[in-house]
Design a protein around this ligand. Structure first.
Ligand code: NAD
Length: 459
């Protein structure tokens, strides 16, 4: 035992420290993919790598108990080449400007992979909503929206929910914006609203449902030998909020067995399956899934290494890294979270033959139904839930097929691509077979760069 610990310490000491800055990670992902588009102009690469705009605002609120507290918030628009900026707003103590930049960047590529007519944006406020009353969260939201002013708008930059924000937060955003712009249809300024005020049926479940559709499609196409559907598959889910808890319900409804789940306080393992209703009720009553009767407590680190067929990270960035990827014992990873896997981990997983359905594909159901909500708002319509889910199904399958096909296309033409690179004067490392993240990026970069060139650089 002591020997093992010493070995582990030695390994950790030998391993180079991984750069976990999310924006630099996002840029590295982009750079690796751009190499597979030999004729992409270097000037365009530089342009597409940078955000169009990042705003930082510092503002006070007077809390319910009379204290004045100052907060810092960010909103970043990475691209508006294919349509208005689009992306969630996150409330979390660890929000940073670079995290918001990375999340906005990922939104651009995600919208392009799904072929929805949006660019990429994201926002966040450094705060701990778990320690704030609802009254204070509402004030925080309203003041943030007022500070952003016309930086957001139904045709320029459209927020949505993300970590620690929900339909209620979106209702406050809408209401504040509406107060500032009376007398016109402002419903499209934000998506993920409650259904009674312009929200779409199916939006709350859309991220997880899209992840399920993507998983089902990839399995049906033979991505994982011997695993053709989620029926009977064992599943581990990290994160038990909008994305994670709903994924539990939807995967279980298709016959999967959810053997472990977790939230920020830790995880639980129950090899004969965790009942969704019981876990949700336990979390409602105690604030965490930990302690669910009949389950064994595990740490979030242990949870990732539980043997399973499908691992769904649905919490935060950088959970699967160079230091733990070798211990992951799953057959497929479906990224419901944004940025859960680092580039070093991607390489380890690829070499081990574990496919990753990347975030910019697997969790794109949320923004897709946000787009449907926006269309309904602008057309004064309300579609039925079945219609929304059917449209989402078609979109997710089409995008999954396109990413799988792009991987085959690239890996089947490496020599030609390499020759093209040489012709365009790039003298660097030889091209290697790509994973699904890289192929999703290539697809997206091709789409965004095509539109950028078609529109031309203004003026
Ligand atoms: P949420 O706030 O509803 O839930 C987050 C969950 O993660 C909570 O259960 C929290 O306890 C847990 N968590 C936090 N830190 C953790 C940790 N270190 N280990 C394990 N669990 C931890 O947020 P959400 O909307 O479900 O978002 C989760 C992820 O999904 C984020 O990466 C988000 O960007 C992504 N995402 C969300 C949407 C959406 O529509 N909500 C869409 C696309 C992607």
């Amino acid at each position: 035992m002591r020997e093992k610990k010493r070995e582990r310490k030695k390994d950790e000491a030998a391993a180079p420290v991984e750069d976990l800055n999310p924006f630099r990670i996002a840029q590295r992902q982009f750079e690796s993919a751009a190499r597979y588009i030999p004729d992409l102009e270097p000037g365009l690469v530089e342009f597409l790598k940078r955000p169009r705009r990042v705003i930082s605002v510092e503002f006070p609120i007077e809390t319910e108990d009379g204290e004045v507290r100052t907060f810092v918030g960010y909103r970043c628009v990475h691209s508006r080449a294919r349509g208005p900026g689009k992306g969630g707003i996150r409330y979390h103590p660890d929000v940073t400007e670079d995290e918001v930049r990375a999340l906005a960047f990922w939104m651009t590529w995600k919208c392009a992979v799904l072929d929805v007519p949006y660019g990429g944006a994201k926002g966040g406020i450094i705060c701990n909503p778990k320690e704030m009353s609802k009254h204070d969260q509402r004030k925080l939201t309203r003041r943030f929206v007022a500070e952003l002013g016309d930086m957001i708008g139904p045709f320029t930059d459209i927020p949505a929910p993300d970590v620690n924000t929900n339909a209620e937060t979106m209702a406050w955003i809408y209401d504040t914006y509406e107060m500032m712009h009376k007398g016109r249809n402002n419903l499209g300024v934000v998506t993920g609203k409650p259904v009674e005020i312009g929200g779409s049926y199916g939006r709350k479940e859309a991220t997880s449902r899209g992840c399920l559709f993507c998983t089902q499609r990839a399995l049906a196409k033979g991505l994982v030998p011997g695993l053709n559907s989620v029926l009977g598959a064992t599943v581990v889910i990290q994160g038990y909020g909008n994305a994670g808890a709903i994924a539990h319900a939807l995967y279980a409804a298709e016959g999967a067995k959810i053997v472990a789940v977790s939230d920020s306080r830790g995880g639980i393992h129950k090899p004969d399956g965790i009942d969704h209703a019981a876990a949700v009720e336990h979390k409602r009553a105690t604030g965490s899934v930990v302690g669910l009767p009949g389950s064994k407590k595990v740490s979030n680190e242990e949870l990732l290494k539980i043997p399973c067929d499908i691992l769904i990270p649905a919490a935060l960035e950088n959970q699967i890294r160079g230091d733990n990827a070798a211990g992951i014992q799953t057959r497929l990873i479906a990224e419901a979270a944004n940025g859960p896997t680092t580039p070093t981990a991607d390489k380890i997983l690829f070499d081990r033959g574990i496919p990753v359905l990347p975030d910019i594909l697997a969790n794109a159901g949320g923004v897709t139904v946000s787009y449907y909500e926006w269309v309904q708002n602008n057309e004064y319509e309300q579609w039925g839930e079945d219609d929304v889910n059917l449209k989402l199904h078609v979109k997710m399958e089409r995008a999954t097929d396109a990413v799988l096909a792009k991987q085959q296309e690239i890996n089947g033409s490496l020599e030609t691509l390499q020759a093209e690179r040489t012709r365009f004067g790039h003298a660097d490392e030889p091209l290697e077979p790509v994973d699904l993240r890289t192929s999703a990026y290539v697809l997206a970069i091709e789409r965004v760069s095509r539109v950028t060139l078609e529109r031309g650089i203004w003026p």
